[in-house]
Design a protein around this ligand. Structure first.
Ligand code: HEM
Length: 447
């Protein structure tokens, strides 16, 4: 695999290295299209995956080593940000988030953005958002169709977007909210072909790209208007993420308007479909597990937030929304006995690690109790939000939102599954979602 050498000889490590059944570009395509199936097949220690083309987020054009053992995962997350770069792995989504986004930045630029954005996601900040998120969750759940099968994914996409628009961007104007509900999905629901084409100037005048770029221009203009209005209202006028970003100052340094636009684009792109998909899996699973559903409903009525959080976390273990967390190497490194050359990448496989029986006995069973008590799974075994200095900045926000939505769902409805069996996991752009949109039936509770 390019410069990636598998050691031979008496190290005893060679046996822990697996190769994709089909190497080369075909292997990459298979990996991207059938990730859930392949992930199950590849349970093992370290799995080198050969890639030739830049085909998707997180995969280097030269080669990617996929790891999932706790020591190797630790090495990925503890790698120096000077040589282990996440930003370059996400380069493909730059048109969606702008080049000033922390997601695609590395080194000092990334560290600086992170410092300036973090104050908007502290526990004190989250407490101030909680009432608004709770109200939006309740309003949404009350509107669910009852007594017939519906796709949970559609409802969840709507509400997680609404939460970001109101709680992160601070939008209150109804016309602007309506416009953003159309614009954001138009920008994110983009095929890999269109996404890759956006990097080629020559394609930009052609229809799919021209239309997409016009939507992005409009989106940026709306964000600029939002920022200008917040500035005019002055500090302390509102309690939303944007207001905190406007106030953020580290050693006299502040985010410029262009940077604010980039970070806001990032927060919506990284935050809404991911949480929507995690919640869709959760409702899908609970509808098929009446015992866990009853237990969780009891927790919801008793205000037992620890149990509700454990249910959310266990669902994220079984159905990780993002399959890989990647870093590109600017210098050669060795990991799991495998040499990785500069220019190649290493990806920690969330979906493989989450099924490691050493950390999760009977890994296929849904058992929230794993996340209760004094010894929760280590950060190298359960990492749906990545790890190290790049760990998802919205993780606590997302967990809060999920808990509040779950609470209202359980208090309002009994969930049942249509006669069809559980849905398959299917790759949707970058997330892995139930293949039929998470179909369930909600019946109003009588008691
Ligand atoms: C279930 C929901 C979510 C999942 C599974 C998820 C997962 C992830 C993962 C795996 C990463 C990469 C971490 C790494 O490279 O180590 C990430 C980064 C990020 N996420 Fe999330 N995320 C979720 C929700 C959110 C929300 C709600 C927000 C914002 C409101 C958000 C904002 C971000 C940002 C800004 C980054 C980039 C962090 C950095 O580069 O320093 N995410 N997320």
């Amino acid at each position: 695999m390019g410069g990636m050498a598998v050691p031979s000889g008496p190290t005893g490590r060679k046996s822990s290295v697996k190769r994709l059944p089909i190497p080369g570009s075909a292997g990459t395509m298979l990996f991207l299209w059938h990730r859930p199936w392949l992930n199950r097949r590849l349970r093992g220690d370290t799995v080198p995956l050969r890639t030739r083309n830049r085909n998707g987020p997180g995969l280097s054009s030269r080669g990617t080593l996929i790891v999932n053992g706790p020591d190797h995962v630790k090495q990925v997350f503890a790698g120096s940000p000077d040589t282990w770069h996440a930003g370059e792995c996400y380069e493909i989504i730059t048109p969606l988030v702008s080049e000033l986004s922390m997601l695609v930045q590395d080194r000092q630029e990334h560290a600086r953005s992170r410092k300036l954005v973090t104050p908007a996601f502290t526990s004190a900040a989250l407490r101030s958002y909680e009432p608004m998120i709770g109200t939006l969750a309740e309003d949404e759940v009350r509107q669910w169709p009852t007594g017939r099968t519906f796709r949970v994914q559609d409802r969840m996409q709507r509400v997680t977007l609404e939460i970001i628009l109101r709680v992160v961007f601070g939008v209150t104007d109804p016309a602007r909210l309506t416009r953003l509900h159309a614009l954001v999905p138009a920008l994110t629901d983009v095929s890999p072909v269109v996404l890759m084409g956006l990097h080629r100037r020559s394609l930009r005048p052609l229809p799919p790209w021209r239309t997409w770029l016009a939507s992005r221009r409009e989106f940026v203009a709306v964000l600029r208007a939002q920022i200008a209005e917040h500035r005019q209202a002055g500090p302390g006028a509102r309690s939303d993420v944007l207001s905190r970003l406007l106030k953020a100052e580290v050693d006299g340094d502040r985010l410029s308007d262009d940077e604010l636009v980039g970070q806001l684009m990032t927060l919506v792109m990284a935050g809404y479909e991911t949480t929507a998909t995690a919640m869709t899996w959760l409702v899908h699973d609970l509808a098929r597990m009446p015992d866990v559903q009853d237990r969780a409903r009891r927790a919801a009525s008793e205000g037992d937030t620890a149990y509700l959080d454990a249910v959310v976390k266990e669902c994220m273990r079984i159905h990780p929304v993002l399959a890989l967390v990647s870093r590109g190497l600017s210098e050669e490194a060795e990991i799991g006995g495998v040499r990785v050359a500069a220019g190649e990448s290493v990806a920690a496989s969330v979906s493989l690690a989450h099924f490691n029986p050493a950390h999760f006995p009977e890994p296929d069973r849904f058992r929230p109790e794993r996340f209760l008590g004094d010894a929760p799974p280590p950060a190298t075994a359960w990492f749906p939000f990545g790890g190290g200095v790049r760990r998802c900045i919205g993780a606590a926000f997302s967990l809060l939102e999920s808990r509040l939505l779950l609470r209202w769902i359980l208090l309002t409805f009994e969930l049942t599954a249509p006669t069809t069996g559980p849905e398959r996991a299917k790759a949707r752009t970058v997330v892995t979602a139930p293949h039929r949109g998470g179909r369930v039936i909600a019946t109003p509770r009588t008691s």
